[in-house]
Design a protein around this ligand. Sequence first.
Ligand code: AVI
Length: 339
Amino acid sequence: MMNAVARRTRDALSDPFHDEASDAVHFHDLHPARADMRAEVLAGLASPQKRIAPKFFYDAAGSRLFDAICTLPEYYPTRTEIAILREFGAEMAQRLGRDALLVELGSGSSLKIRVLLEALRPAVYMPVDISRDHLLDSARALASTFPELQVHAVCADYSVPFVLPVELHDHPRAAFFPGSSVGNFEPADAERFLRRVGEMIGRGGRLLIGVDLVKDHSVLNAAYNDAAGTTAAFNLNLLQRINRELDGNFDLDAFRHEAFFNDELSRIEMHLISTRDQQVRVSGESFDFREGESIHTECSYKYRIEGFHALARRAGFEPEQVWTDADELFSVQCLVNRG
Ligand code: AVI
């Protein structure tokens, strides 16, 4: 088992830390600002519609629960996207071109890119993730499976602008953003985000992006209300995290998970509903809840292909190709930056 704390030496070329645990991994720490969880949570609980941002789901327990969600029978996005990547990987590779500088945004365990790497053969794979240790472990594991691959792991918050720490002028640039994480942005924020990705990959750069599609509401509702209660546990874990990290006293038995498809806004909404009138203290401040009152914790937008194309065009991209499964549950789309 590798040491979780990397031993690092300086690399003369691009000034990353060269990870001695794996010859092929270069580590660039852009020192992402830590979210001010206390200020954000207190402001969210004080607003008329109480809210907590979904980025706070992902502490260690939340990340484990999310991994479990991805394997649930009702949660179709992960397995459907992987099947699309498997089936059409060669075509995707043709679109993106070999020998690219391939940036993966929010790479997590780098599981999906494994399906594509054989066909893609990028010059450099650059996973970007905010979670330093997880990023390093995944980058090392990947480098040991693909010993020829140069891996430049970048610890950064991809949701805010950052400059690529490695420039490869002779190689095309491409980005990979799977999982329909774009659906967790408000559409205006998704557009801003895509525009920034466009700036990062430059004119002519290609983005391969996973986008979840509008479908039968019963399928959508089941995916966020699984029978095993894993999504409920994931949602409620937020309150446990606040109790632990922000000296809160949420009674987890006095809140329940609720998720539903909001047809008008084309999004799944997740909420935590207070099951009684109560007062909760967080970081020394009090918040009153009425019975039935909600904390809005997540939006997961679902797109029609034309709708997503319109959004991509507003962000300076031209859609090139769309791959879907036979039931059109999920799509992987190739966009080229015209900006
Ligand atoms: C990470 N994201 C794309 C997931 C989604 O489906 O919106 C998060 C999630 N929330 C509940 N289940 C999964």
